[in-house]
Design a protein around this ligand. Sequence first.
Ligand code: UDX
Length: 440
Amino acid sequence: MNVTVFGTGYVGLVQGAVLADVGHHVVCVDVDAAKVERLKKGEIPIYEPGLEPLVKENHVAGRLKFTTDAAEGVKHGQVQFIAVGTPPDEDGSADLKYVLAVADTIAQHMEGDQVIVNKSTVPVGTADKVRDKVDGVLEARGRKDLRFDVVSNPEFLKEGSAVSDCQRPDRIIIGTASRIAQDMLRELYAPFSRQQDKMIVMDVRSAELTKYAANCMLATKISFMNEMANLAERLGADIEMVRQGIGSDPRIGYHFIYPGVGYGGSCFPKDVQALIRTASDIDFDAKVLKAVEARNEEQKTTLFQKIHKHYQGNLAGKTFAIWGLAFKPNTDDMREAPSRVLMEALWQAGAKVQAFDPEAMEETQRIYGNRDDLTLCGTKEAALRGADALAILTEWQSFRAPDFELIKQQLAAPVIFDGRNMFEPKRMSIKGFTYNSVGR
Ligand code: UDX
């Protein structure tokens, strides 16, 4: 099939490449000319395992094209995906200006019937707004003869495993009442639904809410566990034992119950806030979601609080090694990363930071630039040199079995603040460390 994808961010680029890889002909449209040029050369703007070869191979094979020419894009696709960003407004609601701009573009250029598919995470009711936008433009063009459907088809991929998530989806949510659109998408997604039918068809509003409900449920699990971790610390319990104890109940499960330094990234914080906002717009007080958000904001400060307490507030002139800057492993994404909250609090208190991350160094440099109180180090060992303590913020695989003797040699004192519970407290104490972790 011929497919057009508007937006070459995480969702659009991965979806476009994965659809091309199963044989569809995909044109990706982006307004950012520099980005399109880089993509044409096979340069991927984000770090995502497996994405680069996938884009290159399908680009060379002619099944995946990149352009800034929206008219060409609209002409190409039988299905038009909207996969542009929905950044939060100042009040936390999702800003739809990019989504509606694409709807406008599609309506300006369409010459035949179209299936328009929303892949961006958008508030309930957005499909109606897209429909109104397209209707208005077609009316102004005198082309009310053209038919179109607006479908909600939210994306559930995770950063760091975006390609495999997209190739092997748990479910494909299709929100539409249109038979034509349903059939079209069934054909498009058939290669991903072979073993069992992954498609769940529903009305458009339910599909839109499904995406928020999924992310908010996951965020709730994390905030709940962080609350339990805080309780465990104060009650003399070990949250890691509690985690295993409750995870063994299949109704609870082991996934997404890891306590830590709070959730970050481009989705959970934004989506929880957006749903709170959606609720308040209709005079509904989303009490659970507000608590999830509040717990997370506080949890992001937990490592700083522990450090502050350990040094009795005397942080000026101290240096801290930080391992892990990305909001989670296998990405270079720093959006809403807990590491930022810690570094900024340390700087505020007059301390210095020596940081290392396997992928997010460039991104950190881009965000903070050159400053006297930040040294970006080439290796995790270099970050330790002469520092007063080590703080671990992201559970990268390469941090799991470090050379503890070397850590002791390099640090000025054997003190670790571990925001991801990577090690056993007893063993760390035998090794001679003052080891602070979360909920233990
Ligand atoms: C998330 C959803 O998982 C995905 O389905 C959706 O499409 C987009 O949002 P992502 O933001 O890429 O994906 O990251 P995810 O792996 O879900 O992690 C989110 C945050 O939660 C990270 O900061 C992570 O460290 C934190 N987390 C996750 C925990 O603190 N504990 C856990 O048990 C799991």
